[in-house]
Ligand binder design. Structure first.
Ligand SMILES: [Zn+2]
Ligand SMILES: [Zn+2]
Length: 223
């Protein structure tokens, strides 16, 4: 298959590599959409990541696709299913996992390699972090599941709730600082739930996207 392989700092090469085959508990998907996360950009600039990967390595970690092969023992999925897979899965056994603090897991399984025709999904991710894509949701949007999940988690942690507008008799006013993909998704999620959002950012083009997503006011900051 054709795949992007990261060799080091700003050294990403498109190469032919062996097609992946699933071992026990694993699946292989055909990648239909892969997005570039801010982390991918940082890793490409730095040439590696202390926990996530070591070059030379397959690269990219956000994707949507279609199952093309199932390893032994995988149940509940069939070839052809459209799925998104998170890029990591907790071990479910360490001190932090037992306290349900999964992001602090000391033995996370990571997966990289979405910038390729096919992607192998490790067994822990198949078990805990593989999701089926609803029929009416295109792969291009489904591939944003991981960053959107971070945003929705942030909204939940912020203390904002749509009921606030009923208590106060007006829409809660929220300021979002930063007009990157995450900032814009915050605007969409908050405006959708009735907040009055002001977005600060450095790109007129992105601020206009924010306006379409429901921001009421916008301001340009110095770059
Ligand atoms: Zn990401
Ligand atoms: Zn753990």
């Amino acid at each position: 298959m054709l795949a992007a392989v990261l060799y080091g700092q700003e050294d990403l090469r498109l190469e032919q590599v062996n097609d992946p085959t699933p071992d026990r508990g694993e699946i292989v998907i055909e990648v239909t959409t892969a997005t570039t996360c801010g982390t991918d950009l940082k890793v490409w600039r730095r040439g590696g990541h202390a926990r996530m990967l070591k070059p030379p390595t397959l690269f990219g970690h956000e994707a949507a696709g279609r199952i093309v092969a199932l390893g032994e023992g995988v149940t509940g999925w069939t070839e052809g299913d459209r799925v998104v897979a998170n890029n990591s899965a907790p071990c479910m056994a360490c001190f932090f996992c037992r306290r349900q603090e999964y992001s602090l897991c000391t033995d996370l399984t990571f997966n990289n390699g979405t910038f390729a025709q096919y992607l192998k999904i490790p067994a822990p991710i198949v078990r805990h972090n593989l999701w089926s894509i609803p029929d009416d949701l295109p792969d291009t949007l489904a591939s944003l599941t991981e960053p959107l999940a971070c945003v929705l988690h942030g909204v939940a942690r912020s203390g904002f709730s749509p009921e606030l507008s009923q208590c106060w008799g007006c829409a809660p006013k929220i300021v979002v600082i930063g007009d990157g993909a995450i900032g814009l998704m915050f605007v969409g999620a908050l405006a959708h739930q009735g907040a009055e959002v002001t977005l600060f950012g450095g790109s007129d083009q992105r601020l206009l996207i924010g306006q379409n997503l429901g921001q009421r006011e916008f301001s340009t900051t110095d770059k």
